[in-house]
Design a protein around this ligand. Structure first.
Ligand code: GLA
Length: 411
């Protein structure tokens, strides 16, 4: 299970750095052997990846909130990125919450204010937009499921209509706003490896549909309705992708569940274009299994998006994620993790971006811009983490340099 984290927001400083050029081997950036190249010499990540993939304007994204639309973080977005994802502002509870004081009535109208601010920033800065997400069990306001369940067929129909109307309203609102994909559903797969029922049953969507008939059908309906709206807007799979997004697809047992659901959607004849792999990874992640996740999707003739990439500097054991205490989670490294850890992270990032360089991978998004703002400071425990490509001051890290320059080796 993933939880919304309490985000630690540190103050971003000005860019630092000395003189010197990026060269081979451990780099002398002017600050002594093995120091980082000067920030100003950093090539734009989006330009590097566009050249590498051969795709003009290849979407290199970051998840953002409104704090990223000004200051140092905005400057990083302008230089390095070509896409954004709303960290929270496009989730159902943000766009159409319950009416104040009610658990059964929706607010009178959807509220697009914050999402529109992000989209306006994107438009002003030539950034594309990944829509995230039309459905997620963790952010489903209860009004969707209100109603008399004793007439089971009517109840199911009611929930179904609400789902489709919601999807239609939101997709149409953002039509023409440079949105190239929607995560139609988020995290609908079971966490039980190779589950007999691959769906997440502890979801209000699954449970509402199960009142009359198969709980899993809400996934088919979501894709069906998103496909209808897409067609009605005059768009198609070439310019607006409909995606199923989930985490842990790099774990074979979870991947089996995700792919079983993808196959259900394909076999039902509903429009699905691809899989969004969150790839919330940690040190020691198995890149061969990351590649296996990508090829499983390719085998269905679908595309891959890397949607929420980050690399935790803690190689936590599996029990950490259920216990959510230290131990079994690793102790806090504090504000200044060792170079060894940052170098290991950089080499993993390099291997990941090499694995991502394949035609089926059509966008790469990190879950955040810089280490000053990451959900991993609060998940799985409160602890300093440094999972992104830019440091807390907004400067490119070793992880950035290993991606953009194959001649660079971190110390
Ligand atoms: C999941 C969701 C994201 C985000 C992260 C962490 O991965 O898909 O939208 O909420 O959890 O906060």
């Amino acid at each position: 299970m993933r939880f919304l984290a309490g985000f630690a927001l540190l103050l971003l400083g000005a860019c630092g750095g000395g003189g010197g050029d990026a060269g081979g081997g451990p780099v002398d950036g002017g600050g002594g052997a093995g120091s980082l190249p000067p920030p100003a010499s950093a090539p734009a990540l989006k330009t590097t990846l566009a050249a590498r993939t051969g795709v003009n304007n290849f979407p290199v994204g970051a998840a953002i909130d409104v704090s990223a639309t000004s200051g140092t973080v905005a400057a990083i977005l302008q230089k390095h990125f070509s896409s954004i994802t709303a960290e929270n502002a496009m989730k159902p509870d943000a766009i159409w919450p319950n009416a104040a004081g009610s658990s059964t009535q929706p607010a009178a109208a959807p509220n697009f204010t914050t999402a529109d601010q992000l989209v306006a920033f994107a438009n002003a800065n030539n950034l594309q937009v990944r829509g995230h997400t039309l459905l997620w069990h963790q952010t489903a306001p209860t009004w969707f499921f209100a109603g008399d369940q004793s007439n089971t067929a009517n109840y199911r129909l009611l929930v179904q209509q609400r789902l489709c109307q919601y999807i239609d309203t939101v997709m149409r609102h953002f039509n023409g706003q440079n949105v190239y994909a929607w995560d139609v559903v988020n995290e609908v797969a079971s966490d039980t490896p190779n589950a007999a029922n691959p769906y997440r049953t502890a979801s209000p969507w699954y449970q509402a549909y199960a009142v009359s008939g198969a709980g899993r059908d809400y996934v088919l309906d979501a894709f069906h309705c998103a496909g209808q709206t897409r067609a009605a807007m005059g768009r198609n799979s070439g310019n607006l992708k409909l995606m199923l997004n989930d985490y842990n697809t790099e774990l074979p047992g979870k991947r089996a569940n995700v792919m079983a659901i993808v196959d259900d959607v394909i076999n039902a004849g509903e429009p699905i274009d691809g899989v969004g792999h969150q790839f919330h990874l940690e040190l020691g992640a198995d890149v061969a299994q990351v590649t296996a996740a990508l090829t499983a999707v390719e085998q269905r003739g679908l595309v891959n998006h890397v949607t929420e990439l980050d690399v935790s500097i803690y190689a936590d054991p599996g029990e950490c994620f259920s216990a959510r205490t230290i131990p079994p989670c690793l102790a806090d490294f504090g504000a200044n993790p060792t170079q060894a850890v940052l170098s290991q992270q950089a080499l993993l990032y390099r291997a990941l971006f090499t694995a991502f360089t394949r035609p089926s991978v059509q966008s790469i998004t990190t879950w955040g811009v810089a280490d000053n703002h990451t959900w991993l400071n609060g998940f799985p425990v409160n602890r300093t983490n440094r999972p992104l490509l830019f440091d807390i001051a907004g400067n490119p890290k070793w992880a950035f340099w290993t991606i953009v320059d194959s001649s660079i080796t971190p110390p």
